[in-house]
Ligand binder design. Structure first.
Ligand code: SAH
Length: 426
């Protein structure tokens, strides 16, 4: 396999100095601090006690923080004029102080009859991130970004190509979910009013490289109102390239979220190329961390595997993966490779995909093939990409505001009869 990332493995000395050091070429940093600007403070960045203190600083009664929180998390209000339980004279002041606009929808694209919608968001410092809402019968999944860009440099992923712009704040992450919840509550998504049931950290970025904000966001997403949105933690999935120390930290949080590990190869030779951070933490270490996570949380770990023709889809790799996972609390999600600009790789042939799945099943490993929702709008896995300069690299056609709020750009028979959601509710 040609190597687009010819950097050598980290020097052992370097690794010993900093247990979380990353290989050259990977710009994530242990806590994703590539950023320049911090977005303004928002209610969703704060726990309830801090919100009360912030409201008290404005000279307001602390319980106003609870009211404002309910407006935001339960009523999903975004207009201070609607917040009629707050005194008219202080609505605007409270909203200005604690509900600053963090994300502006720049473009929105839809497919699957409007039930898959990708939003391109602009942050206050003109970074761009995307989120995708996917409505299935009986459930709605929000796929959210945790960083603008990504520092992990996986060569088959569009987001990985532009590098990391900056990590998102807690509230910038939460806002993506709230926006989806709002659109659903207001009946703007075909299928009638609804709620977000699942949140997957599978948009742009490496969530565990923005650890603190992501954990806080999970808390806000899962805590009941007025503290948060009250979505079941079991419906939340955090997906990682395999940052081993952070997987250990996550296990200790006591949050019963699902861990997804983007493995993509069972052997270090292939994984070193496909997921460059593997040069720092090898397959065996990543899987050990995953099994510890499963042990501590009792949650089945999802092993993500993008099938790439003649690169990682050989029968022997299926058998090797099957042996590594047999008897473990694990489940494999096979993802047909989604096309990305300039990529020389393509999805596996259907027969190879079938055989790969069958061999895993022969080892007793549960397998699903992921629905590749959103492909036509570049909203599928690995297709979320906007350049760090802010120009849109791919896939976005502006929404005509004079028209329907959803531009239905493409709907194919294949997407209409797409497979059902996988184990993560996508
Ligand atoms: N950085 C995290 C979160 C991103 S999740 C992670 O890597 O897990 C996005 C998922 O889609 C990951 O499993 C990723 O490896 C996968 N993916 C990326 N590019 C893809 C592509 N072109 N086709 C299919 N899956 C892809």
């Amino acid at each position: 396999m040609p190597s687009p990332h010819p950097s050598s493995p980290p020097a052992p000395g370097g690794a010993a100095r900093d247990p979380a050091a990353l290989p050259p070429g990977i710009t994530g940093g242990p806590d994703g601090r590539a950023g320049r600007v911090r977005p303004p403070r928002h209610l969703a960045d704060l726990g309830l006690p801090e919100r009360r203190a912030a409201v008290a600083e404005l000279g307001q009664q602390p319980f106003r923080a609870d009211q404002l929180s309910r407006q935001y998390f339960a009523r999903l209000a975004d207009d201070p004029a609607e917040m009629t339980d707050l005194p008219r004279s202080s609505r605007q002041e409270l909203a200005d102080a604690l509900l600053p606009r963090l994300l502006t929808a720049e473009r929105e694209l839809a497919c699957d009859g409007g039930t898959t919608r990708k939003t391109l968001w602009r942050t206050v410092d003109r970074a761009y991130v995307e989120s995708v809402l996917m409505r299935y019968p009986g459930r709605v999944t929000m796929c959210v970004s945790s960083q603008a860009g990504c520092g992990m440099a996986c060569p088959f992923c569009a987001t990985g190509q532009a590098g990391l712009t900056r990590s998102l704040s807690t509230a910038e992450i939460v806002e993506q979910v709230v926006a989806g919840a709002r659109a659903l509550a207001r009946g703007q998504v075909p299928g009638g009013p609804g709620r977000v049931s699942n949140v997957v950290f599978m948009g742009m970025g490496e969530p565990l490289a923005n650890y603190r904000s992501v954990i806080q966001a999970v808390r806000r997403i899962t805590e009941p109102a007025p503290a948060g949105l009250g979505i079941s933690a079991r419906g939340v999935t955090v997906s990682t390239v395999g940052l081993v120390p952070a997987i250990g930290r996550l296990a200790a949080e006591g949050l019963p979220v699902t861990l997804a590990v983007s493995l993509h190869a069972p052997d270090d030779a292939a994984r070193d190329e496909l997921v460059p951070v593997n040069r720092r933490w090898k397959v065996a270490e990543v899987l050990d961390a995953a099994w510890r996570y499963a042990g501590v949380t009792g949650r089945r770990v999802s092993i993500e595997y993008a099938l790439i023709r003649d690169v990682n889809d050989q029968a022997w790799r299926a058998d090797l993966l099957g042996r590594l996972l047999a008897g473990r609390l694990a489940h494999v999600n096979l993802i047909p490779l989604n096309p990305t600009p300039g990529s020389r790789w393509t999805a596996s042939r259907p027969a190879a995909q079938e055989e790969f799945a069958a061999r895993l099943e022969a080892h007793g490993v549960p397998v699903t093939v992921r629905d590749t929702r959103g492909r036509e709008i570049d909203g599928a896995c690995g297709q979320l990409a906007v350049s760090s300069g802010g120009s849109i690299v791919r896939g976005a056609t502006p929404l005509d505001p004079a028209n329907n709020p959803i531009a239905v750009l493409a709907e194919t028979p294949a997407t209409r009869r797409a497979r059902g959601p996988d184990s993560l509710g996508r």
